[in-house]
Design a protein around this ligand. Structure first.
Ligand code: VTB
Ligand code: MG
Ligand code: MG
Length: 323
């Protein structure tokens, strides 16, 4: 994977973040999502790659842009890549002006990303220091104890991120009984999953059931960062089970390890904050333009770049608005 692409992909998530940040708190999640998607789509087509969206905004008949199977990039002779996108991860977050929305993508060599269908996935994620200390089927108390030990902390000092949903009632109460601290989030489990790999982020573990596409995107980052993630799809209908089989998973409920979700280290992950979160600051508009905060990670070398960018919107009136 060419290293120049890291900066190109940072531009792509910056554009999506800038576009959707205009919709913060305005109560219109679809407008925020459309703006992000359009800006991301336009910026992709300035890059010399032959990309195929494998995780995107839906199937061809339901999403006008960045649908699964769509080609992105300039095409002519560029490297062939599979791309997973979530132009606005956390539509409700932006609509309400809450924290933790990001624009995010992961790119890998063709065939190296699990084509996760749009269904639920049970996930458990930790950073490098606690890699090897979790098991998705272990009792939650055991995982908490083992992670605390690996991080040199008390269970009472751990911080666990869980989506605030009725389906997590039992998980939440068991974490509380064990004494762990919890951050319940309204939406957006990708950013906190990635944050587990940053010891000063305030997130030690992310667990619970969220989107499968988001699971694979988070797995790309965790793979680059040397953390550990385990997942299990949660097909809820026979049709969903059939979809799992169609994508090559004979047992739809098998445990998915990092290798099953993201193969090889030819991976680039990029995310830009839209609203403030544990990993990234959100977009800020000033008299000078706009400021964005992005992280780009390359699997090959493991280099993590945080990019603090000032965008002169007066010089680029269309930047972040589609083109
Ligand atoms: C999950 C989670 C996402 O939406 O997909 C969630 O992974 C949807 O879950 O980060 P519900 O059906 O319980 O609302 C997000 O939170 C935002 O896209
Ligand atoms: Mg989205
Ligand atoms: Mg999402």
């Amino acid at each position: 994977m060419y290293r120049e692409l890291a900066l190109e992909f940072a531009r792509v998530t910056e554009a999506a973040a800038l576009a959707s940040a205009r919709w913060m708190g305005r109560g219109d999640k679809n407008a925020a999502d459309d703006a992000a998607t359009e800006a991301m789509r336009a910026m992709f087509d300035t890059i010399n790659i032959r990309g195929t969206v494998v995780i995107g905004e839906g199937e061809m008949d339901e999403a006008p842009m960045l649908y699964i199977g769509e080609k992105v990039g300039l095409g002519n002779g560029g490297i062939e890549l599979d791309i997973a996108v979530d132009p606005l991860e956390g539509t409700n977050i932006v609509a309400k002006g809450l924290s933790g929305a990001i624009a995010v993508l992961a790119a890998a060599h063709k065939g190296c990303l699990l084509h996760a269908p749009d269904m639920y996935m049970n996930k458990i994620v930790v950073g490098p220091e606690a890699a090897g200390c979790i098991h998705i089927d272990a009792p939650v108390e055991e995982n908490l104890n083992n992670v605390a030990k690996a991080l040199g902390k008390e269970v009472e000092q751990l911080s666990v991120v869980i989506l605030d949903r009725p389906r997590h009632h039992d998980l939440i109460s068991r974490c509380r009984t064990a004494g762990a601290r919890i951050q319940l989030i309204t939406d957006g489990d990708v950013a906190p999953a990635v944050a587990t790999a940053f010891p000063d982020s305030g997130v030690d573990i992310m667990m619970g059931i969220g989107g499968a596409p988001e699971g694979v995107i988070a797995a790309a980052a965790i793979r680059c960062l040397g953390g550990e993630m385990q997942g299990r799809l949660v097909p809820e209908t026979e049709e969903e089970e059939a979809r799992c089989r169609a994508m090559g998973l004979e047992d739809p409920r098998k445990i998915l390890l990092l290798d099953d979700m993201v193969r090889g280290d030819g991976v680039i992950f990029a995310a830009t904050g839209i609203t403030d979160g544990s990993l990234l600051k959100g977009v800020k508009f000033t008299s000078q333009g706009a400021r964005t905060h992005t992280v780009v990670i390359r699997g090959r070398t493991g280099t993590i770049r945080f990019i603090d960018a000032l965008h002169r919107l007066d010089k680029k009136p269309n930047f972040g608005r589609g083109r």
